[in-house]
Design a binder for this molecule. Sequence first.
Ligand code: PMP
Length: 399
Amino acid sequence: HLFDESGRRFIDAYNNVPHVGHCHPEVVEVARQQMSLLNTNTRYINDRVIDFAEALADTFPEPLNVCYLLSTASEANELALRLARNFTNARDLIVLDGAYHGHTTTLIDISPYKHSGPGGSGRPDWVHVAPLADIYRGPFRKADTAGLEYAGVVESMIQQLARQQRRLCGFIAESCPSVGGQIIFPDHYLPAVYAAVRNAGGVCIADDVQTAYGRLGAAFYGFELQHTIPDIVVLGKPIGNGHPLAAVITTPAIADAFNNGMEFFSTFGGNTVSSLIGSTVLEIVRRDRLQIHALNIGQMLQHGFMELKSQFQIIGDVRGSGLFMGIELVRDHETLEPATREADFVVNRMRDRGVLVGTDGLLHNVIKIRPPMVFSREDASILIDTLATSLFEIPQAGR
Ligand code: PMP
């Protein structure tokens, strides 16, 4: 829950950072204790950082077993790019339309959500934007064939780069694009893209910042939904439960090549307090079986939202996995005219009634739901009821 200045309580169905719950007492307590004992950087190696790095690496399939710790996901994506550029000695990168990877200068360059949005000045020539593999609104919409069709577009882009004598550094995508509208990729998409990228000498980076640690219910990491293994994975947001903590996990081959004398060091990345918080959050996720909880509550939400879809014309699509859900509002099921104003109305009405959700998507017409993982059955049922009442109140002209 969150509370406003008057003490009014809101159900938080939006914040995916406090993964195990806002102000989780165990996280607060280990942080307090470690703060009063020791907090140094990785030049003073100790068990706290090793324990976390090992526990984290253990959650990944081989050969992903080398781990770098940082404080924010922007830093982690920057490091992922450094690793990829160093390994391939190339620069050209394929990204997805609508993607967001962070706030630094280079990450704005690789984030169409920013460089093609308000105030943006477009993509640099080394960034190549592939269509978002969105089977509701994108060019390919048949669930069973769309994955390979979208991957085919990336393959054509790679061939085009080769014809222009440009060398490919790699491909980066959020495992389930979030600001792009809570998209779940069609089957076979990432495996086919990864194969094409590797074939051209590039590396595959999965930005799992939004989807890690069981949020999807059906998988612990987002890339696992696609039954594939990236070369570099980037984690952030939930892994510190609100404390600044991020990580890059990669293969020994990529890490060894990076060990070229330049050195990687971050003052705060891997500090003692953050590392202990990292271990504690991971332990709570496992011990309290939050992934299965996300699967169960996610199914309840999915069922509730599908029922609303049959009642409210304005709901065009209900999608997601576990506690990562999107409800796309449209004015017309044929033209898919986005119901952006209505989505905004619904989100604000829900807030008036004490439930926090948000909007996102390229057209800002997707209601975005990704609560902390401790979201209860009761919370879910209040969320569904509040959504129903708020949808009912959309002014008739806009419904
Ligand atoms: N990648 C993704 C997918 C994100 O959603 C975000 C943050 N919204 C980032 C990277 C950047 O994270 P940070 O703000 O911690 O730098």
